[in-house]
Design a protein around this ligand. Sequence first.
Ligand SMILES: Cc1cc2nc3c(=O)[nH]c(=O)nc-3n(C[C@H](O)[C@H](O)[C@H](O)COP(=O)(O)OP(=O)(O)OC[C@H]3O[C@@H](n4cnc5c(N)ncnc54)[C@H](O)[C@@H]3O)c2cc1C
Length: 576
Amino acid sequence: MAYFDPLPTRDERLFSKSPLSTPVLVVGLGPVGLVTALLLARQGINSTIVERHALRLGQPKAHAINARSLEILRQAGIDLDELRQKGVPVEEGDRVRFLTHLTGDEIGCLPYERQDKAVEELTPEPLFNLSQPILEQALQEEVLGTGRVTIHRSHDWQSYEYDAERQIVRSRIKQRGHNEVLEVESKFVVGADGTNSTVRSRIPGVQLEAIDDDRGLMNYVSVHCTMDLSSYTNGRVAQLYFFCSPDTRHGGFIGYKNPEWVYARPVPDITQEPLGYFTVERCKKEIKTAIGPGVLSDIKIHSVQIWSTWPRTASSYSDSHQRIFLAGDAAHTFPPMGGLGVNTGIADAHNLVWKMRFVLDGLTATPQRLLKTYTTERRPVAVANSIQSAVNEQHMRQLDAVVLETVSNMSAALPELMLQSQVKNDITTAIERNRDHFDSLGLQLGYVYNDVEASKSPQELLRKDCSLYEPSFECGARLPHAWLLQIDGVGRKASTLDLVSERKLTLFAVKFHSSWIEDLKDLVVVVDVKERRIPAAWIRAAHLSPSAALLVRPDQHIMGFIGSKEDLVECLSLCV
Ligand SMILES: Cc1cc2nc3c(=O)[nH]c(=O)nc-3n(C[C@H](O)[C@H](O)[C@H](O)COP(=O)(O)OP(=O)(O)OC[C@H]3O[C@@H](n4cnc5c(N)ncnc54)[C@H](O)[C@@H]3O)c2cc1C
C-alpha cells in the first residue's frame, strides 16, 4: 500500500505483555479474527490474537455489512444502533448509479440492496454501509471489554506442529524486531490471516482451488480520499457510482459517508501500472476525470492500494486433525463485486466457534465429526458466493462493453443516442442484468447447511435468483425471523432469532415435556413459543405441534424436528 498520510499512533493495549499460552490462538486482527475472538469470549473461552502489523492502516475496503453479519453481531451483543449512526445514512446509501461522469449524464440507476422497512419482515437487521476500519474499531473495543482476549501486535505467525499425544498445536511466532521465535501452545488455531494466509500454506494438502480457471487474476487499484462530492452529484446521491465513458477506464466511487470515498478501477496490466504509477497527482487526475471535464475539486488522497482477486476457495478449511482452521479471506477470496468477503468470513466464525466450545467443554461424543462439518457446511457457501461475485463482475464488464461500443460506433453523445430505442434497449438490458448484483438477500440469508449442498458442483451452487429469500424451516436453514408480540427487557423489538441461546441448543416447543431434557440441561434450553409470544403464523409455518418441536443450534441454524425424548437423543447423537 502506498500511504500518504502520517501513520496513526500506536495503541498500547494491543501490545499485551501477558504470556501467549491460550486455548485458542487466532491469527490476524482483521474483522474475521476479531469476530472469532468475540464469539469465543461470549462462549466463555479465552483466546489470544496475534497480528503481524504494528498499526491498522485506514483503507476502508468493505462497506456493505449485510443482514446476516448484522444478525450475528446482534447476537454477540454489539450495539448496532450506535454503529448505524457511524455508517452511511440509508437515503444516501440505497442507490447505485451509472453515469458518463459524476457531473455528466445518468445512464441508469438501481436500488442498492434491501434497506427498506419492508425487509424487516425478513430480518431484524437490514444491511447498511459502514467503513471496515470503523467496524474493526468497534469490534476491537468489544473484544477488549470482554477481558478474555489478549492482543499481540507485531507478532508474525510462522508455522506449527501438532502434538498428537497431548492433542495440542505448537505454533512458532516471531516478534518483529526480536530474533527469537516464540513457541505457543493452544488447543486450536484459527487462521484469519487474509488472502495470502501463512496458516493455509502450512496445512499439508490444503490449497486454493480456482472456481473459474479461465478468469485468472485480476487487479484493481483503490484510492482512499476525502472529497466533498455533494455539490457535484446534482442531488443524485448514491452508495456506488460507476462511470461509463471512454476516458473513465471502468472506474467508480465507493461511498463511506461523504466526504470519505474510494476511487477504484481495474488495472489490466500491472507491469504498465504498478503501485508506484499511482502518485498523488496521477490519482487526482483520474478522480477529476471521473467527476467531469473542467471541474476542480479539493481532493485529499490518503492511500493507494492494488489488490488482486481470483475467485478461489481453500480445498479444506482445516487440517486432518481438526485443530487448525481457516476463516475469512484465508479460506476464500472473491472479486469485490457483491460485497461478500467480510460477510462470508463473519458467518464462518459463527459456524465454527460453538463447535470448538462443544469440543473444549466435552459436550460432544464425536468431536472430529462435529468439527469436520465446519468445512462441509461453510465451503459450499463460499463457492456459491464466489461464483456469484464472478458473475457480477462479468455483468459489469458487459455493461461497460455495451456502452463503450455504442459511443465509439456513433458520432452523437450518449444522451442523444439513448433516445434511439435500440441503443436504449441494449443499455437498459445490460443495466438490468446487474440488478441481482446489487440485491443478494437470497444469497445472504438463504444458504442451507446439508449434505445436498455439500455435494453440489460449483455451477449447481449458483442460485437462479440470488435476490429471492424465502424463509424456510428445513434442516440446516437459518431460523426464520419474526417479530415477537412483545418487546424485550431492554425495550427493543425482539426477534425469534433473539430467543436462540448462544451457548446451548434451543428447543422451540408448543407444549413441552420437561422429562425430555432432564439429563440434557447442560446442552438444551427450551423456549415455550406461546409464552414468548411468537406470532401464530410463524408457529404454523414451522409446523410446530405437541409432537414436533424445533431444535436450533447456537448459530441459529435449524438442527431438526423433535417429537420425543428419543428423537432428541437421536438428533443429538447424529448432529453433535
Ligand atoms: C475496495 C474493497 C472493497 C470491499 N468491499 C467489501 C464489502 O463491501 N463487503 C465485504 O464483505 N467485503 C468487502 N471487501 C473484502 C473485505 O475487505 C475482506 O474480505 C476482509 O478484509 C477479510 O477480512 P479477514 O479478517 O478475513 O482478512 P484481513 O482483513 O485481510 O485480515 C487479516 C489480518 O491478518 C494479518 N496477518 C496476515 N498474515 C499474518 C501472520 N502470518 N501472522 C499474524 N498476522 C497476520 C494481516 O496483517 C491482517 O491484519 C472489500 C475489499 C476491498 C479491497
